[in-house]
Design a protein around this ligand. Structure first.
Ligand code: AMP
Ligand code: MG
Length: 401
């Protein structure tokens, strides 16, 4: 705790990340459905890639010893296109070969066609090569028996390509994390409806939906929750019964209309923090019916920041991600100044800028916590620790989002 009674971001994170029960269960999925899922067991290559030495260029395959002996004119003794298999190369001859075709036994170099002239079935080498030139060696990309993708990796396009390259049609991944979201607040209406007096549109629901989908979670959308103790309790209970994790927005301050805290205390346990984070001070973490619970603030940009800083690492760990689950950070020069220190750790909505004097980071002009426009504009969050100021040109931490 800081002197102001606020828990530091680091302390809160350490506490929360120590409280994780990884999800149980795996499933086997075909290649086309692996995107965004987390691999449950190391993928081991059953073959070499490439499976045999092959030509990286269109040209002529020959025996280097012939070149070394001074030979320049070679009878073309065979033609090998990609997908075909040649025969033992007769000494003193060349094989016409195309990109991706297997190099015939006996040949140990390829001369690219641009460095040859051809007449009457004879190729003349205009520019000699060294042994191995223009040949991709068997197993040079992937060696048989090697682990090509480690367990705990979130699978992207390149991983699917890699698994396909060794002939794997499916892989075992961890079960999909089911996350329930609830939007609290009597002022909320859904986009598409008409907002009456005193009402605002529910933006958190769509913000969270997108962030959870990007993490490959299965969404259980509990919709809007009225600001009453009964509704809050009932919705939280149902969410915890259906999902692995429950996330709410709003209602975690200590106002009369903030019912989340009391409901969670009735249904489970709550560690409610006043986090030293800006935006996003009220943040609740606990368990409901044994399921982890995150009570995010109401302000959309606070939701965005607290989700990225606290919830996202937690969910990633639960999903089975091995290694670092924190957002990647760069240290870059500030293209702004922040002369007044804050008690809380600030996460400023910012953009990386390149060119001219090199990489730097610029701020969205309005950093107030209600500004969702700042989040849509940003590609990173500049982390300014409590009690620090920033002068133009200072190195600052930019958390990529
Ligand atoms: P609360 O913590 O419930 O007092 O909410 C804090 C602020 O966030 C209030 O101005 C709310 O109107 C706003 N807010 C809460 N939930 C949402 C939501 N789902 N979409 C947009 N704004 C919200
Ligand atoms: Mg509210």
């Amino acid at each position: 705790m800081t002197p102001q009674g606020l828990t530091s971001v680091e302390a809160a994170l350490a506490h929360i990340l120590a409280d994780i029960t990884p999800l149980e269960g795996t499933e086997v999925l075909p290649l086309a459905r692996l995107r965004g899922r987390v691999l449950a067991a190391d993928a081991i290559a059953a073959i070499d890639v490439p499976p045999a030495d092959n030509s990286s260029m269109d040209g002529y395959a020959l025996r280097h010893a012939d070149l070394e002996a001074g030979q320049r004119d070679f009878a073309i003794s065979q033609r090998i296109a990609a997908g075909a298999v040649g025969t033992m190369l007769a000494p003193g001859t060349a094989a016409r070969i195309f990109t991706g075709a297997e190099v015939p036994p006996g040949a140990d170099c390829v001369v690219i066609q641009e460095n040859c002239s051809v007449a009457d079935g004879v190729v003349t080498v205009l520019q000699p090569v060294v042994p191995g030139d223009n040949i991709r060696r068997r197993g040079q990309d992937i060696a048989v028996g090697s682990a090509i993708v480690a367990a705990g990796t979130r699978l992207g396009a390149a991983h699917a390509g890699l698994l396909a390259a060794v002939g794997m049609a499916r892989a075992t991944v961890f079960a999909r994390l089911r996350v329930a979201i609830l939007s609290t607040g009597d002022e909320l209406v859904e986009p598409g409806a008409t907002a009456g007096p005193g009402q605002i549109y529910n933006s958190n629901r769509y913000l969270l939906t997108g962030m959870l989908e990007e993490l490959g979670c299965e969404l259980i959308d509990g919709g809007l929750v009225a600001d009453t103790p009964e509704a809050t309790r009932a919705c939280l209970r149902q969410a915890a019964e259906q999902a692995d994790v429950v996330i709410t927005t709003g209602g975690v301050s200590v106002g009369d209309e903030d019912h989340v805290k009391a409901a969670v205390e009735e249904l489970g346990t709550l560690g409610l923090w006043k986090l030293a984070i800006k935006p996003g001070k009220p943040l609740a973490y606990g368990r409901i019916l044994g399921k982890p619970f995150f009570g995010l603030p109401g302000n959309p940009s606070s939701v965005f920041v607290t989700f990225h800083v606290v919830t996202r690492p937690y969910l990633q760990r639960m999903q089975g991600i091995a290694g670092d689950v924190m957002a990647r950070e760069l240290v870059v020069a500030a293209d702004f100044e922040r002369p007044r220190p804050d008690k809380r750790q600030e996460y400023l909505r910012a953009r990386l800028v390149s060119g001219g004097e090199g990489a730097r980071v610029a701020l969205y002009p309005n950093q107030s916590s209600g500004m969702l426009t700042s989040v849509a504009w940003a590609d990173c969050l500049v982390v300014v620790p409590p009690g620090t100021t920033v002068a133009r040109g200072d190195p600052v931490r930019a958390m990529l989002i």
